[in-house]
Design a protein around this ligand. Structure first.
Ligand SMILES: NC(=O)c1ccc[n+]([C@@H]2O[C@H](COP(=O)([O-])OP(=O)(O)OC[C@H]3O[C@@H](n4cnc5c(N)ncnc54)[C@H](OP(=O)(O)O)[C@@H]3O)[C@@H](O)[C@H]2O)c1
Length: 249
């Protein structure tokens, strides 16, 4: 198999490394290079740019067969990818920052390339699983609970994750529950009450994490508020935290 990886940042280089170790030929694609072989090829295209970059990148991917595309962004990118139902998606459950690399859970994938990618990435040292679309939707909602806590609240309170979970435990839990309640409704599932305990276990290795400026809010806490409004629900805690950084939808 030959795979192209667009965006050789933290996630892109880690996925590329694992694919390479499993025997897949990897072609990096940067802003300026690799697009010609990508267009001529027929293997998977792992889209590893940040979610903020997706809107501007999607038009550039329009000539590529949708079955080849695999999106691995954090955040509520479902509405953005709704027009690409034939593509695959992954949820990254490792943390990579410079030398630091920690697998938090197996990373789930769904879509036509999920099985083969999960097998290759697992062989290459990044545990991954393939899920049916409905199970992936639940995993997506659960991951948003994580994204909404490990980000904006840390920036607002000026604390690392350990300090925040100790000092603002009720707020953290409320942010999480509000996010998963709204987004579960958006995809027509019930949130699992066990998700909070799983979050705490998965977040334990990341207690040192600090967030000076929360990024991609439109795709994280902002998406919770937007979906809540669309569904006639409320999301007051996420709304309050967004207001604290003057973020408006
Ligand atoms: N890092 C983690 O531990 C982690 C964990 C879970 C999920 N995620 C999610 O994974 C996604 C990627 O995060 P990341 O940490 O890997 O971000 P990152 O380190 O900033 O990497 C993004 C990469 O995309 C490249 N890029 C941007 N625009 C491009 C374009 N038009 N064409 C080609 N390449 C382009 C950037 O290149 P330039 O240098 O040229 O800008 C950069 O190399 C995000 O949604 C993030 O939330 C990350």
């Amino acid at each position: 198999m030959r795979a192209h990886v667009i965006g050789m940042g933290e996630v892109g280089r880690r996925l590329a490394g694992a694919l390479d170790r499993s025997g897949v030929e990897v072609k990096p694609v940067t802003r300026g290079e690799g697009w010609d072989t990508l267009a001529a090829g027929d293997g998977p295209v792992l889209v590893c740019v940040r979610e903020e970059t997706l809107p501007e990148l999607l038009p550039r991917l329009s000539g590529i067969h949708r079955h080849r595309l695999v999106f691995v962004q954090n955040g509520w990118v479902r509405p953005l990818l709704a027009a690409l139902p034939e593509s695959s998606r992954g949820l990254i459950w490792f943390t990579s920052k410079g030398e630091f690399f920690q697998v938090l859970r197996p990373s789930p994938f769904t879509g036509p390339l999920a099985q083969s990618l999960a097998r290759c990435l697992s062989q290459g040292g990044i545990p991954c699983v393939a899920l049916a679309a409905s199970d992936f939707a639940a995993a997506d909602v659960e991951k948003m609970g994580f994204n909404c806590v490990v980000g904006l609240p840390l920036a607002v309170r000026g604390l690392n994750l350990r300090e925040y979970l100790e000092s603002w435990r009720e707020e953290a839990r409320a942010v999480f529950q509000e996010a998963v309640t709204v987004l579960a409704r958006a995809v027509g599932i019930e949130p699992d009450p066990a998700w909070w305990a799983s979050f705490e276990a998965s977040a334990a290795p990341l207690h040192w994490v600090r967030v000076s400026t929360a990024k991609a809010l439109e795709w994280r806490n902002g998406a919770v508020v937007r979906e809540a409004r669309r569904l006639g629900m409320s999301a007051p805690i996420n709304e309050k935290l967004l207001a604290a950084v003057d973020f408006t939808l």
